[in-house]
Design a protein around this ligand. Structure first.
Ligand SMILES: Cc1cc2nc3c(=O)[nH]c(=O)nc-3n(C[C@H](O)[C@H](O)[C@H](O)COP(=O)(O)OP(=O)(O)OC[C@H]3O[C@@H](n4cnc5c(N)ncnc54)[C@H](O)[C@@H]3O)c2cc1C
Length: 337
């Protein structure tokens, strides 16, 4: 998505006409973005892959690291140095103007001695990431996107879309974890009742749910701005930060959740460290969230519910059914099963 964004916003009319219809039809897979290198991750301006002009072509040599989906791409965007040697560190403007973005047609060139060698890198997450060596790869000068020396600016613009994309992935992860945690809290019984009947399980799941849904609002806001043509750097960064934080709010709490990767609840340590006085002051609302979530009354209902009346009636009506002490906080059994 963010590779297409660079082409869409900074590509020439000819480049868009040549590449985008094929991408849209599925004929061509443009999914790889070669920016990071072994010696330059966050320090992009220090990258070492060099593109040397030779007639109406550039000859590219160097190595990229963490290039995701390269094995499943027909074309990639590649950031390379066209001004060398590297300008001094204190001259930020010259350094930024030293990089150029190319669109590289990889078809017929991978792992066959034609300039591109791809090796998969095993990671704990499924990004199909790779390392790529470029050995005298020839790319037409017509494949420069955004003009020579504008590569850094072009890539930075596309990264805001990437941030929103990753934030959206985090929201999906968070919702998945919460669904799994809720299901486990209903299914797993100890001392004769589901573990979800305990506040120590119910509250954190509700809290995680609230945080994921709040982050989702920022993600949608940033996506709307970018769809409307805005840069949205601040909103994209906020969305990614909030969504990433929210997506890892649930952690394992028992041995079964560990072995089956069910990712159930806060650890005790987390509860102790985060349950501040301020959070206790909002406990009624939190409890209400837990009840709404457990009762299946859903995401919208959670926001609309009236904490005091709702929680009170649910507590009274469900405590006996769950076998809990009168007045204690429980998850209603019937909607759970
Ligand atoms: C699964 C996966 C997929 C990826 N896919 C791609 C891809 O498709 N294309 C691509 O180009 N790259 C990709 N990357 C690379 C990713 O973008 C880089 O890992 C990232 O740019 C960070 O670089 P680095 O790991 O070399 O960290 P480094 O640059 O070595 O930084 C190390 C740490 O120092 C911190 N740090 C650095 N400078 C500062 C500073 N000034 N102030 C405070 N903290 C600082 C960083 O935040 C980081 O925590 C992928 C990475 C992963 C893990």
């Amino acid at each position: 998505m963010y590779t297409m964004g660079s082409l869409l916003h900074s590509g020439s009319a000819e480049q868009k006409a040549e590449w985008l219809p094929k991408v849209a039809s599925g004929e061509l897979r443009l999914q790889a973005f070669g920016v990071s290198e072994p010696n330059s991750g966050t320090d992009t301006l220090s990258l070492e892959t060099v593109a040397v002009k030779d007639g109406d072509e550039y000859v590219i040599n160097g190595q990229k690291m963490w290039t995701s989906r390269a094995e499943y791409s027909d074309a990639m965007l590649l950031l390379a140095r066209t001004d060398y040697p590297e300008p001094p560190r204190e001259d930020a403007r010259a350094r930024a103007k030293a990089l150029t973005l190319f669109i590289v047609d990889m078809r017929g060139k991978v792992n066959c001695g034609n300039g591109i060698e791809i090796t998969p890198v095993q990671t704990m997450m499924n990004h199909s990431t790779t390392t790529i060596f470029f050995d005298n790869l020839r790319v037409p000068a017509a494949n420069i996107i955004g003009g020579e020396g504008n590569g850094f600016k072009t890539v930075l613009g596309a990264m805001n879309a990437e941030r929103v994309l990753i934030a959206a992935e985090c929201i999906g992860d968070g919702r998945f974890f919460i669904d799994r945690a809720t299901q486990y809290a209903k299914d797993r019984s100890v001392f004769g009742r589901p573990i979800g009947a305990n506040q120590g399980i119910a509250f954190p799941i509700a809290e995680a749910y609230a945080e994921v849904e709040a982050a989702a609002l920022m993600v949608n806001h940033a996506a709307d701005l970018i769809d409307g043509g805005a840069t949205a750097g601040e909103q994209a960064n906020l969305a990614k930060y909030l969504a990433a934080e929210a997506s890892v709010r649930l952690s394992c709490c028992d041995s079964y959740s560990l072995t089956s990767s069910l990712l159930i609840s806060w650890s005790v340590a987390h509860c102790v460290s985060t349950l501040s006085l301020l959070q206790l002051a909002t406990a009624t609302q939190l409890w209400s969230c837990a009840v709404c979530f457990a009762s299946g009354s859903g995401k919208q209902a959670m926001c609309a519910c009236k904490p005091t009346a709702d929680t009170g009636s649910r507590r009274n009506s469900t405590s006996n059914a769950n076998g809990a002490r009168p007045g204690s906080t429980v998850w209603p059994l019937s909607p759970l099963t």
